[in-house]
Design a protein around this ligand. Structure first.
Ligand code: NAD
Length: 324
């Protein structure tokens, strides 16, 4: 039985889009069984619970689980049986299981495929997925103009770009006309172990670009269960995060809640996008937000965890052709 709609989950404006996103966003990559198998039943129940607890923002990609995430999210949203304008959906283009292709032809075809899998007529945001793996000049000169045509055709409402290195955002935003790119999605850059996105926030604000911060749990590093096998962090980063998780557990605290609250506390971030694969995780992450709003951060535990993580603070990993 789903919980009644939650009145307390904060909505935050997304740049100049006019959209208001729930501060906790639903990352649907786990629905593509990226972090381990997830049944269709669990996928649909997680989406339903999220919506009923006040989450209105759902993010996916054709890349996650080789299209499985989009299909599962589509089923979950359809099962809600609510008007389309009650939820905000973002998907991506240019990154696929078979590889990267940011050509105008591919991304134009890609949106039709995504809409069919999601069972939707339009998505609110279409994002060029992990642009550091493509030519940034192609993104500026070919991919984004193709997305503008999709906007005019009514298939997408807003345009975004995503990536790990923060330099890709300034490269593109400095080269496109103002208002062309509406949103950036950064990941693993505003967590307790890596907060480098913070320095870029004033620049993004000055450009009127909405900010989505994904992977507040550093793709599993900041969880009691630890990251999946494929996680690209160094052994040192993984073991230090696990030491921090064990410290929290011994103290009767939960590192994932602490990490969610750390990201949520910065209101220049419109939505903290966390991957969820169960009703339990949805409840925990929404509760982290409502508890933060009522009681504030657990500053004592946060300071202790920051001290444990200080040897690896802002340590990241290479991503993309520009950095290799
Ligand atoms: P995350 O940091 O959100 O961690 C997800 C992992 O933590 C999963 O294993 C999940 O089951 C687990 N988890 C969630 N809540 C938990 C809780 N309360 N307690 C314990 N474990 C919990 O990493 P993510 O899923 O990679 O990122 C979130 C979303 O952001 C993705 O699903 C995706 O939608 C988006 N994202 C986009 C990009 C990109 O565009 N390049 C990159 C990364 C993430």
């Amino acid at each position: 039985m789903a919980s009644p709609p939650h009145p307390n989950l904060e909505l935050r404006p997304l740049g100049n889009t006019g959209l208001k996103l729930s501060c906790v966003g639903f990352g649907a990559s786990p629905l593509g069984s990226v972090f381990g198998p997830v049944s269709e039943h669990d996928a649909i129940s997680s989406v339903r619970e999220a919506f009923h607890l006040g989450i209105n923002f759902f993010d996916t990609s054709p890349y996650y689980g080789g299209t499985l995430s989009e299909k599962m999210l589509g089923k979950g949203l359809k099962a809600l049986g609510v008007p389309r304008n009650e939820y905000i959906v973002s998907t991506k283009c240019g990154r696929y299981l078979e590889g990267f292709d940011f050509s105008a032809e591919r991304v134009t075809k890609s949106i039709d495929e995504s809409l069919a899998r999601l069972q939707l007529d339009y998505v609110d945001i279409l994002q060029c997925h992990d642009i550091e793996f493509g030519s940034l000049d192609q993104i500026v000169n070919e991919t984004i103009p193709a997305l503008q045509k999709l906007k005019e055709a009514g298939k997408i409402r807003f345009i975004g770009i995503t990536g790990l290195p923060l330099s890709v955002f300034t490269y593109v935003l400095d080269r496109v006309p103002p208002g062309t790119v509406d949103v950036i999605l950064s990941y693993c850059r505003y967590s307790i172990n890596d907060s480098t996105l913070e320095d870029l926030l004033p620049y993004l604000k000055s450009k009127g670009v909405g900010v989505i911060s994904a992977s507040p749990l550093a793709m599993g590093l900041l969880t009691e269960n630890g990251p999946p096998e494929w996680h690209p962090a160094s052994a040192e980063l993984k073991s230090t995060c696990q030491a921090a998780a064990a410290f929290c557990k011994a103290k009767g605290k939960n590192i994932s809640k602490l990490a969610m609250q750390y990201s949520l506390a910065n209101k220049d971030i419109s939505s903290v996008l966390v991957g969820m694969n169960s009703v339990r995780q949805v409840k925990e992450n929404v509760y982290a937000a409502t508890e933060l709003a009522t009681f504030g951060k657990d500053q004592e535990t946060l300071s202790e965890v920051e001290a444990i993580l200080s040897p690896v603070k802002n340590q990241t990993w290479p991503s993309g052709i520009q950095e290799s």
